[in-house]
Ligand binder design. Structure first.
Ligand SMILES: [Zn+2]
Length: 230
């Protein structure tokens, strides 16, 4: 292998080889069990694509534990019952109907480029991105996007996505049946702390002092939060 090739790829081939040589032998049994028994993750993690979010690191989980859907902004499109090519919607349907996950986490984060772009715009050529970011519109504040406003918008967007999740028939049904809970997390990268949305208090609480991972927020409570904080 010539060194300059690996340079251009972040050393990815070497890392693949290391995974196979070092990590895999230590965890081989676990991987084989997961193949033999299939995956039974209890959690759907909807996270922003941002490279600084590492769900396994944050939650101390490993193979088989998280079903992950990531996209720009950790956004949930409105449920419209269509047969369109909606990757995030398909992921939610698969997780809830097929895997029967017990909880859904929507995880946004500090310094989110998607939230900033919702205020500042994106290149003209990025048509799909432009449309996609309208999923943040209702969370935007009528102010200049200073650091404080951006952080509040990140949190408001998480709550907004939870609200949209509740409009998915299979989600609403499972929540009503007590089989599924929804959770909003805001990961503050610089503090190493995840703030969990406490629906009863209507605010985000640092996980370091929280007593639960955020109660499932439902309908009216979310509306109230969005109105009060706007
Ligand atoms: Zn982001």
């Amino acid at each position: 292998m010539s060194p300059h090739i690996s340079d251009h790829n972040d050393g990815l081939l070497q890392r693949l080889q290391q995974f196979h040589a070092d990590y895999f032998p230590l965890h081989q049994q676990r991987f084989q069990d997961l193949v033999a028994e299939g995956q039974h993750p209890k959690t759907l993690f909807i996270g922003c694509s941002d490279s600084r979010i590492v769900p396994y690191l944050l939650t101390g989980t490993g193979p088989g534990e998280l079903f992950i859907v990531r996209n720009v902004g950790a956004l949930v499109p409105p449920y419209d019952g269509s047969h369109g090519l909606h990757g995030t919607t398909a992921g939610i349907e698969f997780a809830v109907l097929q895997l029967k996950v017990r909880q859904i986490i929507v995880c946004g984060h500090s310094h989110c480029g998607a939230i900033r772009a919702a205020y500042e715009g994106v290149p003209d050529e990025a048509k799909a991105l432009q449309s996609w970011l309208t999923l943040i519109d209702e969370a935007l504040l009528p102010v200049q996007p200073c650091a404080e406003a951006l952080l509040r918008t990140e949190q408001r967007s998480i709550v907004l996505q939870l609200e949209r999740l509740m409009d998915y028939p299979m989600v609403g049904r499972a929540v009503a049946a007590g089989e599924l809970t929804l959770h909003g997390w805001h990961y503050v990268i610089e503090d190493g702390d995840v703030h969990v949305f406490d629906a009863r208090r209507g605010e985000f609480i640092p996980a370091s002092v929280a007593t639960h991972i955020g109660a499932g927020p439902y309908g009216g409570i979310i509306q109230h939060h969005l109105q009060e904080k706007s």
